[in-house]
Design a protein around this ligand. Structure first.
Ligand SMILES: Nc1nc2c(ncn2[C@@H]2O[C@H](COP(=O)(O)OP(=O)(O)OP(=O)(O)O)[C@@H](O)[C@H]2O)c(=O)[nH]1
Ligand SMILES: [Mg+2]
Length: 321
């Protein structure tokens, strides 16, 4: 174990921002020390409530996140914020717009804010996001808010990492329909019609409720996503949103679903690490020669691609990492 890892982890757990930042940078860079970091952090993880916020660009995710941070802070909770942008190659620090919205929180020791882009390592965000969450969780955050931009597949996957997912919509953007197409409604635990100060909020609420009633019939003990209205820029409705989040958490606990979600999250995390490791080892195997040799035999018609893949997997698993 590299000598200072236990120290960095200890300081991160004491709330030292620079140490938390170092650990998340290690995740972003897929640093070899991560194995030790995760071994040290994992016994301390599992405490944080993870809330995902997703929705189309500009609906007010960052503004809502900032308002939630204020509310949780006045309740004395330690808060982590992870802004994930699958479409942006930029990472590190906070994105410019978010920095402005988060300004009042950047000097608060009880808040840790970080953004991550899509660039980098082999495994992508599916690999990095759960590990970044593990760092924030292990570092003692009570709540971690994960903001993801957009309504595409990547966002759905990242949203599904959360204990509770809030889908934000705004009046008159037609994004309710877009969201339905993108399958994001399946991940919504709470709907937030933000910008409720604008015309069309009632229509948006009605559309969502109608869409839910059209869905598959649910068992009576199923969770029915509440629809909250907010004007995040003025802090209005944020208390309702907090109550909806708390109600969902209570349901997760009483129904046993919290454990199920966490297992699913851990499964994703383990799988992403394993698949990425496998890929790395295929590349490492005799300097990538084995794959090249197998490919040659497939081209020559001497081996079918399935048999070649079997040989490759056998080669990887019989060699030590
Ligand atoms: N009228 C009104 N404007 C709002 C409200 N909430 C946020 N805004 C404004 O909407 C704009 C976008 O807000 P953001 O919080 O940056 O939205 P976002 O969803 O994080 O945007 P991206 O991260 O770029 O996808 C900003 O100018 C906000 O001030 C609201 O409730 N009402
Ligand atoms: Mg934002």
């Amino acid at each position: 174990m590299s000598a200072d890892i236990p120290d960095v982890v200890r300081r991160a757990r004491e709330g030292d921002h620079r140490s938390v930042a170092r650990l998340i940078t290690m995740v972003e860079n897929a640093a070899p020390q991560l194995r030790d970091v995760m071994a040290a952090l994992t016994p301390h993880a599992g405490h944080a409530t993870i809330v995902g916020l997703t929705g189309a660009p500009g609906v007010g995710k960052s503004t809502t996140t900032a308002a939630l941070v204020s509310a949780y802070r006045s309740d004395g909770q330690r808060v982590g914020v992870l802004a994930v942008d699958p479409s942006s190659p930029f990472s590190g620090g906070a994105l410019l717009g978010d920095r402005v919205r988060m300004q009042e929180h950047t000097t608060d020791d009880g808040v840790y804010i970080r953004s991550m882009g899509s660039r980098g390592h082999l495994g992508g965000l599916a690999w990095a996001t759960p590990q970044a969450l593990r760092v924030l969780d292990g570092a003692g955050c009570d709540v971690v808010l994960v903001e993801t931009v957009g309504v595409g597949q990547a966002e759905v996957e990242i949203a599904s990492l959360a204990d509770t997912t809030v889908v934000l919509l705004a009046p008159g953007m037609g994004d309710a329909i877009q969201a339905a197409k993108a399958g994001i409604l399946e991940v919504a635990d709470v709907y937030d019609v933000n910008k409720a100060d604008r015309d069309g909020a009632d229509i948006a609420v009605r559309d969502i409720k109608q869409m839910m009633s059209l869905g598959e019939r649910q068992p009576p003990d199923a969770w029915r996503p509440p629809v909250v209205r907010t004007v995040a820029s003025r802090g209005e409705g944020i208390q309702d949103l907090i109550e909806a989040l708390a109600a969902h958490r209570k349901w997760l606990q009483s129904s046993g679903r919290l454990d199920a979600r966490r297992r699913a999250r851990a499964a994703d995390e383990v799988e992403a690490i394993a698949v990425t490791a496998l890929r790395t080892r295929i590349g490492d195997l005799r300097g990538g020669e084995l794959l090249d040799e197998l490919a040659g035999r497939v081209v020559a018609g001497a081996l079918d691609p399935y048999a070649a893949a079997d040989e490759l997997v056998a080669g990887v698993t019989s060699s030590r990492p």
